[in-house]
Ligand binder design. Structure first.
Ligand SMILES: Cc1cc2nc3c(=O)[nH]c(=O)nc-3n(C[C@H](O)[C@H](O)[C@H](O)COP(=O)(O)OP(=O)(O)OC[C@H]3O[C@@H](n4cnc5c(N)ncnc54)[C@H](O)[C@@H]3O)c2cc1C
Ligand code: SF4
Length: 486
């Protein structure tokens, strides 16, 4: 795989980016293209390690050494064929995946790992550019119908796989456009929405029907779902965590997803900008780290915020792996996103105590205290406030990026489905709920997670739905990989 001793010859390379002052002027993606030779060299770094831990690091089981080798040999058409055999949408993961594969790369023990995510992105982009990625409708139809509820990455993956198996698939989406959090959560500077549209157009040509503006359980009766032979619930985990402290009703305390969704709608021309969801000229404090918090930072800077500050309740992670966190596990180290690089003051071990309002009820400041996490043997670490560290921060816009507590209950309640204590829909290993023809996948089943997991769950669920409908399935699964005909 790759080039013998290639990792000694070539250093890890990543895309360079447009300067911060330039890229903050719009919402476009801002990486600069690498040339094919540079990519081939990156593929050459894959070192035939024998047991490619990257495979198991990737929730999709992507065949990484195989596509690295194809890229090294400049056989891009073979590379896209290999990549598509396990991943329906490499253009999403190639841009947005936190790349647990790279943390598990064997080369990573002694050198920076192979740039797997980058290679993935370039393979799929080359595939689109060359016109190799085309609609491939099924040759035969099964006569069965499947409803997919939700058009995020899990719903899209389930829909494409089930359509490939010959079933007639209808995707119901309550929003105006298809894509779930790819469309309405993640900003354009991380994923331009034309990238979603390009793929949706292929899915439509393959025969999948998309019904948008249909909120199942609200403007579409759940009873009507029983007209379908099977149903896959892919509604995500969109219940937002609040911050029940004094002053939380102040004007200017806003949920991150409200802020991000509005911005995505404005960029797409679907909505007007509104002053209360715009950071221009404001002291912005983003409460909560993670992807959502980072996206709020990047968006606030593009709005022209006066200052952007981030609070995180956890201590600052270490720069390097600790002894308790060895390779090939996911490294709990400090992550600095491109949005962080664009300007933010990051504060760790900070507890938000109160939102301070003015006489009109507008947010004017946030009171905090520093905390420490005390380790008690045999117990979970406990939070302790540090005396004398109380502080008040001027703030006109506080963005709550505190994660999601689980799926909304509309579907599970109306359909009579079992859920766990986090309202995730309970489904067996076969993704089947307590109602045999109803399946669940993605964040709706596993709780808020990652795009790569959503695609993986959509694919696996599709296999089990097909098996349920037909008594057998030739769709691939992670265990039973299958390369479709080139
Ligand atoms: C701001 C933000 C940034 C993120 N950034 C990243 C990142 O960089 N990398 C990464 O890997 N992950 C990221 N994530 C997580 C990732 O987006 C999710 O894990 C992934 O989108 C889950 O996919 P899904 O298909 O399960 O659900 P979703 O993407 O949430 O899609 C669910 C869809 O179902 C629809 N729906 C729900 N109920 C109904 C109903 N009753 N009727 C009709 N439609 C319904 C919703 O409108 C939505 O479109 C991010 C999440 C957020 C919030
Ligand atoms: S999908 Fe994510 S984990 Fe899998 S190979 Fe691509 S970047 Fe790595």
């Amino acid at each position: 795989m790759g080039k013998l001793r290639g990792f000694l010859e070539y250093e890890r390379e990543q895309e360079t980016t447009i300067a911060v002052d330039k890229r903050l002027k719009d919402y476009k993606e801002f990486t600069k293209e690498l040339n094919p030779q540079a990519l081939s060299n990156q593929g050459a770094r894959c070192m035939d390690c024998g047991i490619p831990f990257c495979h198991s690091g990737c929730p999709l089981g992507n065949l990484i050494p195989d596509f690295n080798d194809a890229v090294y040999k400049n056989n891009w058409q073979k590379a896209i064929h290999i990549l598509h055999s396990t991943n329906n949408f490499p253009e999403f993961t190639g841009r947005l995946c936190p790349a647990p594969c790279e943390s598990a790369c064997v080369l990573g023990i002694i050198q920076p790992p192979v740039s797997i995510e980058l290679i993935e992105k370039y393979i799929v982009e080359r595939g689109f550019k060359e016109g190799w990625i085309k609609a491939n409708p099924p040759k035969k139809r099964s006569g069965k119908t499947v409803a997919v509820i939700g058009s995020g990455p899990s719903g899209l993956a389930a829909a494409q796989q089930l359509n490939r198996a010959g079933h007639m698939v209808t995707v119901f989406e309550r929003d105006k456009k298809v894509g779930g959090l790819l469309r309405y959560g993640i900003p354009d500077f991380k994923l331009e929405k034309s990238v979603i549209d390009r793929r949706i157009s292929i899915l439509e040509q393959e025969g999948i029907e998309f019904k948008t503006g249909v909120h199942v359980g609200v403007n579409y009766k759940v009873e009507d779902l029983h007209d379908f032979d099977a149903v896959v619930l892919c509604g995500g985990a969109t219940k937002r965590r609040g911050l029940p402290i004094p002053g939380t009703d102040a004007k200017g305390v806003v949920q991150a997803m409200e802020f991000l969704k509005r911005n995505n709608q404005v960029v797409d021309g679907q909505a007007e900008s509104s002053a209360d969801l715009n950071a221009k000229g404001k002291d912005v404090i983003v409460i909560g780290g993670g992807d959502t918090g980072s996206d709020c930072v990047g968006t606030s800077n593009r709005h022209g915020a006066k200052s952007v500050t981030n609070f995180e309740i956890m201590p600052m992670p270490p720069q390097y792996r600790s002894e308790e966190n060895p390779w090939p596990y996911w490294p709990f180290t400090l992550k600095t996103s491109s949005s962080h690089e664009e300007g933010v003051e990051r504060n760790w071990s900070i507890l938000t105590k109160e939102f301070v309002k003015d006489a009109q009820g507008n947010l004017k400041a946030i009171k905090t205290v520093e905390v420490k996490w005390v380790k008690i043997p045999g117990e979970r670490p406990q939070l302790q406030e540090v005396d004398g560290t109380e502080k008040e921060w001027p703030c006109d816009l506080a963005l709550l990026a505190l994660g999601f507590t689980g799926p909304e209950e509309t579907l599970s309640e109306q359909l009579g489905l079992h859920t766990d204590q986090r309202s995730n829909i309970k489904a067996s290993n076969n993704y089947q709920t307590n109602i045999p023809h109803i399946f669940a996948a993605g964040d709706m089943r596993r709780g808020q997670s990652l795009i790569v997991w959503a695609i993986s769950e959509g694919r696996e669920a599709a296999y089990h739905v097909d098996h349920y409908l037909m008594g057998a399935s030739s769709l691939p699964t992670k265990e039973k990989g299958d390369l479709p005909a080139a």
